[in-house]
Ligand binder design. Structure first.
Ligand code: FPP
Length: 246
């Protein structure tokens, strides 16, 4: 009897609100094709949907929104499309700084940005620096990011520390490893949302989503709105998170 009531109580306390949501914003090109528009228009509308998602995250007091904006594999796309995505990124940095300030958003980028042009790299560093002390929503953009890349760069950091004698190989734990990942300053990812109908992770966060809830929707990213976002949050709240326990 006592065990049963403990179980019920435990289950109830597991129902909580997500603090960190990560989104795979998929379906921009299909959205454009369906409407008979150029693919880049899909990305343009995708950018608008991202702004909506940020507004909704603030409204819902979410702590971290991580979005997959450009994967390591996206370099295989036509050069024109890549250039357009870079332009959108630059546009965001030039035009959204006021909003970052107004809404107290901390802007962060994770991924290997050394392959971006120097101006974009500088603008990213500048935006991160200018918003460093903001303590509202953390908007974390995954750009030239890959989950495998993240794991490899963490492994390299660990090896470096071991070689320098800063770390003993027997002291390498999940915790020391996590601290070398791009997400080391962030809370664990509670919920991953993927739009566009595919049910896969596509080399997004890999290590980090070991215990995350996964929500897939057929909605194409440019059509993403507060109702879909709320559905995903409701799905999360309804889940019973056991983290490998009973
Ligand atoms: C996936 O849809 C989307 C992308 C590869 C790019 C995401 C970019 C944005 C939402 C634009 C704004 C973002 C920033 C940070 C400037 P897809 O092109 O793979 O579409 P498909 O699945 O229909 O082919």
């Amino acid at each position: 009897m006592r065990y049963k009531s403990f179980l019920t109580k435990h289950k109830q306390t597991q129902k909580c609100y997500p603090r960190h949501i990560a989104i795979i914003m998929d379906g921009n090109r299909r959205w454009a094709e369906k409407k008979g528009k150029m693919r880049i228009i899909g990305h343009q509308e995708g950018f608008k949907a991202l702004k909506k998602a940020v507004r909704f995250s603030i409204l819902k007091n979410l702590e971290i929104l991580t979005v997959y904006a450009f994967s390591s594999e996206n370099w295989n796309r036509p050069i024109f499309e890549i250039q357009y995505l870079m332009k959108l990124f630059s546009f965001m940095l030039e035009n959204e700084m006021n909003n970052f300030k107004k809404y107290n958003i901390k802007f962060k980028v994770m991924g290997d940005i050394t392959l971006f042009n120097k101006e974009l790299q500088n603008n990213i560093h500048q935006a991160e620096k200018l918003t460093l002390n903001n303590n509202g929503l953390i908007l974390n953009i995954a750009a030239n990011y890959g989950g495998r890349w993240d794991i490899i760069q963490s492994v390299k950091k660990i090896i470096n520390k071991v070689q320098k004698g800063i770390l003993n190989v027997n002291d390498v734990t999940e915790d020391t490893f996590s601290k070398c990942l791009s997400t080391h300053q962030l809370l664990p990812v509670d919920l991953v949302i993927r739009t566009g109908g595919e049910k896969r992770i596509s080399n997004f966060l890999l290590w980090q989503i070991a215990y995350s809830e996964l929500y897939f929707t057929d909605i194409l990213w440019p059509d993403f709105n507060q109702y879909v976002f709320q559905d995903a949050i409701d799905f999360f709240i309804s889940r019973e998170r056991r983290f490998g326990g009973f």
